[in-house]
Design a protein around this ligand. Structure first.
Ligand SMILES: NC(=O)c1ccc[n+]([C@@H]2O[C@H](COP(=O)([O-])OP(=O)(O)OC[C@H]3O[C@@H](n4cnc5c(N)ncnc54)[C@H](O)[C@@H]3O)[C@@H](O)[C@H]2O)c1
Length: 319
């Protein structure tokens, strides 16, 4: 239970329809309780949490706290687990995620893009696909959740090619001070530099949209602890105008993408979108057009917006 796991726990603790019955992490229960109570980004939790040995009591509910590095040592059946929210990043291949099923869970929802043999389904785009009822589902990463909708809507007009640069707060998959790392740049002090990192966003988008060979992506980690901004440049097949594009997204935000995509003309900075539940927030002021080349800026809270979609998945299955 890292950033994503704890965010989900906080948000589900009082849910009338969904109940967290057990959690698992490498850290002990006392440390986990402390990190749930005090969060550097979202503040102290107003909800009381009691921790006694390997059990939490929150909002009158008991939650078992496990400390197992191997899923094979867990018995999810004992807790009648319907869905495992796999938020460690360590069980993202189909074979690894399936260990949760063997352990007795009925379903696994990853918190990332898993291996290519796991259905990749973006809530609000293709979640109603029959594969959405599979036992293991990848809801994509936060960047995929932001950019899929944008490219899908633009491709209805016609995309020639697209370049995406996602400026993203730093995460635990970087180092805080210079250290060895397989990807050298991820090993550089996260709060000190603007750090380009390798991502698999283009491959994910090619699985979701008919744009093979026409998308390139890069992500730049920036020295903030939360928030992301997608800077998207698209070569369109037709002449377009700023007004036409903004009207397209404004309409989508008020209709079929309500709750998932937001449109604003407020002069935002990343701190303004903390706690925003949308997967992407189009910044209409910054839309620009040169010839058939379009530049679009979209914000998202990589933690709050993203976990909102994971909770949508749970509600979808629950209904
Ligand atoms: N942080 C984000 O902005 C963000 C957004 C969307 C998706 N994700 C994805 O969610 C996943 C988690 O990201 P995070 O930022 O929460 O990471 P994190 O490092 O904060 O949390 C990972 C947690 O998993 C635990 N863990 C590691 N190995 C484990 C194991 N074998 N068994 C049990 N627990 C184990 C760690 O102790 C840690 O608490 C990653 O795959 C990431 O790509 C992260």
């Amino acid at each position: 239970m890292g950033r994503i796991g704890r965010m989900l726990f906080r948000r589900l603790a009082n849910d009338p329809q969904l109940e967290v019955v057990a959690v698992n992490d490498l850290m002990d229960a006392a440390n986990l309780a402390y990190l749930l109570k005090y969060d550097s980004l979202y503040g102290a939790w107003q909800q009381e949490l009691l921790q006694e040995k390997n059990e939490f009591t929150v909002a009158g509910r008991k939650v078992a706290v496990l400390q197992e590095a191997e899923v094979t040592n867990i018995n999810w059946k004992k807790y009648a687990v319907d869905v495992v929210l796999e938020c460690s990043g360590a069980y993202s291949s189909k074979a690894k995620a399936a260990q949760h099923l063997t352990a007795g869970a009925k379903r696994v929802l990853l918190s990332t893009t898993g291996s290519s043999d796991i259905p990749l389904l973006i809530y609000g785009h293709n979640h109603t696909n029959p594969a959405g009822k599979d036992e293991i589902v990848s809801p994509g990463g936060c960047m995929t959740n932001c950019s899929t909708h944008i490219l899908y809507l633009l491709n209805a007009i016609g995309i020639e090619s697209a370049q995406l640069n996602i400026l993203h707060s730093y995460t635990s998959r970087q180092e805080l001070v210079d250290a060895a790392h397989k990807q050298y740049r991820r090993g550089r002090a996260a709060a000190e530099s603007i750090i380009p990192v390798e991502i698999d966003l283009a491959q994910s988008l090619e699985r979701l949209l008919p744009l093979e060979g026409r998308i390139a992506t890069v992500s730049v980690r920036i020295p903030v602890t939360n928030g992301a901004m997608a800077d998207i440049t698209v070569q369109m097949k037709e002449d377009i105008s700023k007004e036409q594009i903004n009207a397209l997204f404004k309409k989508a935000a008020a209709n079929e993408y309500k709750g998932i995509l937001q449109y604003t003309e407020d002069p935002l900075v990343s701190a303004d979108i903390r706690g925003n539940t949308h997967s992407c927030i189009i910044d209409g002021q910054l839309t620009s057009v040169v010839g058939r080349q379009l530049k679009l800026i979209a914000w998202f809270d990589n933690e709050y917006g993203y976990t909102s979609r994971m909770i949508d998945w749970l509600r979808y299955w629950n209904d």
